[in-house]
Design a protein around this ligand. Sequence first.
Ligand SMILES: Cc1cc2nc3c(=O)[nH]c(=O)nc-3n(C[C@H](O)[C@H](O)[C@H](O)COP(=O)(O)O)c2cc1C
Ligand SMILES: [Mn+2]
Length: 493
Amino acid sequence: MAYRDLREFLARLEREGELQRLSAEVDVDLEITEITDRVSKAGGPALLFERPRSARDGVSYGLPLLINMLGSRRRLELALEVNSLEEVAQRIEDLLEIKPPEGLLDKVKLLPKLSRINSFFPKNVGRGPVKEVIETDTLSLLRLPIMQCWPEDGGRFITFPMVITRSPKTGRRNVGCYRMQVYDERTTGMHWQVHKGGAEHFRALEREGKSRRMDVAVALGADPATMLSGVLPLPEDLDEFLFAGFLRQDPVELVGCETVDLEVPAQAEIVLEGYVDLDDIRTEGPFGDHTGYYSLPDKFPAFHLTCITRRRDPIYVSTIVGRPPMEDYWMGYAVERLFLPLLRKQLPEVVDVHMPAAGVFHNMFVVAIRKSYPGHARKVMHAIWGLPGAMFTKCIVVVDHDVNVHDTQEVAWKALNHIDPERDIQFTLGPVDQLEHASRLPNFGSKMGVDATRKWPSEGFTRPWPDEIVMDAEVKKRVDALWPTLGLKLPKP
Ligand SMILES: Cc1cc2nc3c(=O)[nH]c(=O)nc-3n(C[C@H](O)[C@H](O)[C@H](O)COP(=O)(O)O)c2cc1C
Ligand SMILES: [Mn+2]
């Protein structure tokens, strides 16, 4: 059974020993980050800060702050209610396998599958707990335990929102997780980067020319699959709430907003309603980012708050990003696992992929392929640079099918052995992530592909390729038997 809301997930985490409550008063400015960073780097649990406060403002918030809820493989599995993320990947693969039916029998067989998909569409319900309290007059973001994460941050930031917009052109919904810098009680930044869905809607607003304003709703806290769907790099026209229904195997329930023409999850903890305005663009940042560096101040639209709806006793969900690995690494890992079937649909030669934590998603993509023709590795690089989610990748390393991409030592060992740098490195130019700080220009820079596959004569490599050193299986067996008698004590790895 799908988690109805955030609370059901929390209860499950607690039963599994994956949640720790902290009853001490802890400051939303920097202190929660320092605690969470230590816990996160040590592979620790989700944390529920029961008494967040601010010394600077002299307030105790009276509502709890949840953080690190998806910060481990186990919690991701719990979030998606599977024993392994491969199960979800398999479900996605099954979905992609659906072929147009050929005969009547095929059509009949297809029906149950199609009706299942149909059952994942979001469902409009008249009411929900997110409407327990409706605030329109005495609005203030300052009553929420919003964190200042790092010392040089430009202020406090909402870090794990579901930002909901509708395209002024197509009417299609988008949900994205874009941080929001608190400017004052009723205004924040809206940090949708140029390549993201929300930014495209904002550009469409300008192009359509009908209005200067666009409605925005921001949901804070919901069942984990719905929250995760805001982070996933889904195709532009695929509704995140539909995908969330597919992940949960149960539709997301939505309710209409009070002051804007949008729907939000009925089971959310808190919803911020408001709008962005083409004529109100402000400086946003700096902000201690995924890369482990501060992203520089830049111009983004301001979000104006018109209404808050919430539960009577809401839980505020936050996350921090910074020097990897952190909770965001695990969200990226979910993307990697869930999207592998989709990638293989377009590139069947791909055996496995991995984005190592140190590469913070866009800096490093390791891909193992079954190489079938000369230049195959370069074809795969160019294909990856052409994909929506992976187009920013700064460095792609292509290895043969027998390399374990999840073992960074193995990848480095084989890749470094296999390359003749001048011959095997492919440089190109293209769009780069907006967080990229080393590129010659914002959003535009160079990329590097490393062909670390075995080189073939048909690729002009005519020297013999040496064998990898491997011990005889027979000998290994004999030594296994001998081992206990040898009295060898080895240090634990
Ligand atoms: C914790 C966290 C914070 C994020 N913050 C931002 C952000 O501030 N701006 C942004 O454009 N993307 C941010 N992202 C990445 C987007 O959520 C991600 O690219 C998502 O796929 C965007 O959805 P969209 O394709 O519908 O725009 C963040 C991701 C995570 C996990
Ligand atoms: Mn989207």
